[in-house]
Design a protein around this ligand. Structure first.
Ligand code: COI
Length: 368
């Protein structure tokens, strides 16, 4: 892929964030973005790195009316050795295409997806914060641009990549958050969009999210759409329950749960650290029973943005169920420490391909 580079004069570059300890999540965006366009006649074309700026989108663009949009989220970490590493980007490339298929959007070559990331992150290296717990968040997305109000799949699309230096997703940092278990609303149902990474799933979550915050909770823990009985996920994270400090249980992927990269990594890492890992249906009754009797010793969420986030309480049908006295438990801590050590290059990757060193344009013959 030959990428066109529209370089900004040095004096037009944005000032960097001042303090990497107060980055929060996606408050700042870098100087450049990557774009590529699709038409049925030409396929994917015109890869360009250009200044981060607004799009011109027609009021009749399909995405604005029928939400034909998908996205991904991954991170670049600056290691203790100064090297920049991406974490399992091939998983995002594959999931992007599964989401595209579900939303009737064109396939995006995995190589082009990865190359766009390497090229933009390489260009924007100065934005990568280096203290532990911070990273450069990478947001690839694709949206429909046909101008019509007929309900159909678009024939033209834009792919775009933007970057943001980030700290922890939750203001709590690596401290337990409270979750609100919604018994009224549904994030996704059988046969719906639940396992696709598309904005529509997040739009569906907003009202319950607002109610969660009114009740002092950070996020919603969703139950299945048919019976409101089985645990699904948290929207910004998948969820794990630790039984007796040694068994990790997470809901089995059933079509309405997002197949998280961190979820998969924790299953593999957990097993390699000696925990028993189980993917199965788990009901809210079993969870409440387990917290009440003490057999569930910890609960935590997993996500690219959220990393591993301990859960300190569940609010369900007006009652609060406190987990591990609202403290970070040893299993969450152990998994978090190991995951970060891998991501920041402190220990070798336990599985081939988990960390991918950033490749500069010399290797790729880009016109940057
Ligand atoms: C991520 O973890 O990258 C996500 O996409 C969750 C998010 C919607 C903040």
């Amino acid at each position: 892929m030959r990428i066109k580079f529209q370089q900004l004069p040095e004096q037009n570059l944005k000032p960097l964030f001042e303090d990497s300890n107060t980055l929060g999540f996606c408050k700042y965006f870098t100087d450049y973005m990557f774009t590529m366009n699709y038409t049925e006649e030409d396929g994917w074309h015109s890869p360009t790195i250009k200044p981060f700026t607004s799009f011109e989108v027609a009021p009749s663009s399909l995405v604005l009316h029928y939400a034909q949009e998908i996205f991904e989220g991954l991170k670049a970490f600056k290691g203790v050795d100064g090297k920049i590493r991406l974490f399992r980007p091939d998983m995002n490339a594959k999931r992007f295409n599964r989401s595209a298929e579900r939303l009737c959007m064109p396939n995006f070559l995995e190589n082009d997806f990865l190359e766009s990331i390497h090229a933009l992150v390489y260009t924007e290296q100065r934005w990568i914060p280096s203290n532990k717990g911070t990273a450069l968040y990478i947001r690839p997305f694709m949206f429909a641009t046909d101008e019509t109000l007929g309900v159909r799949a678009s024939s033209a699309y834009t792919y775009c990549l933007i970057l943001s230096p980030v700290g922890p997703y939750y203001q709590e940092g690596f401290n337990p958050v409270s979750l609100f278990v919604s018994s009224d609303f549904t994030r996704a149902g059988k046969g719906g969009l639940g396992e696709a990474k598309t904005g529509a799933n997040y739009a569906a979550s907003l009202l319950a999210g607002k109610m969660a915050r009114q009740q002092g909770c950070a996020q919603v823990l969703w139950l299945d759409g048919a019976e409101h009985r089985f645990i699904e996920e948290v929207g910004a994270m998948n969820i794990f329950f630790v039984f007796d400090e040694k068994t990790l249980v997470t809901p089995v992927l059933n079509g309405s749960i997002l197949p998280g990269v961190t979820r998969d990594s924790v299953l593999k890492l957990g097993e390699s650290l000696g925990y028993k890992v189980v993917e199965r249906q788990i009901s809210i009754d079993e969870v409440i029973g387990g917290i009440t009797t003490g057999s569930i010793t910890e609960v935590f969420g997993t996500g690219t943005a959220a990393s591993i986030s301990p859960v300190g309480s569940l609010k369900y049908l007006d009652a609060d169920y406190i987990v591990n006295s609202r403290k970070v438990g040893p299993v969450s801590q152990n998994l978090y420490d190991n995951l970060l050590k891998i991501q920041y290059g402190e220990i070798p990757e336990p599985f081939p391909g988990w960390t991918v060193e950033l490749e500069g344009p010399e290797d790729k013959a880009l016109s940057i």
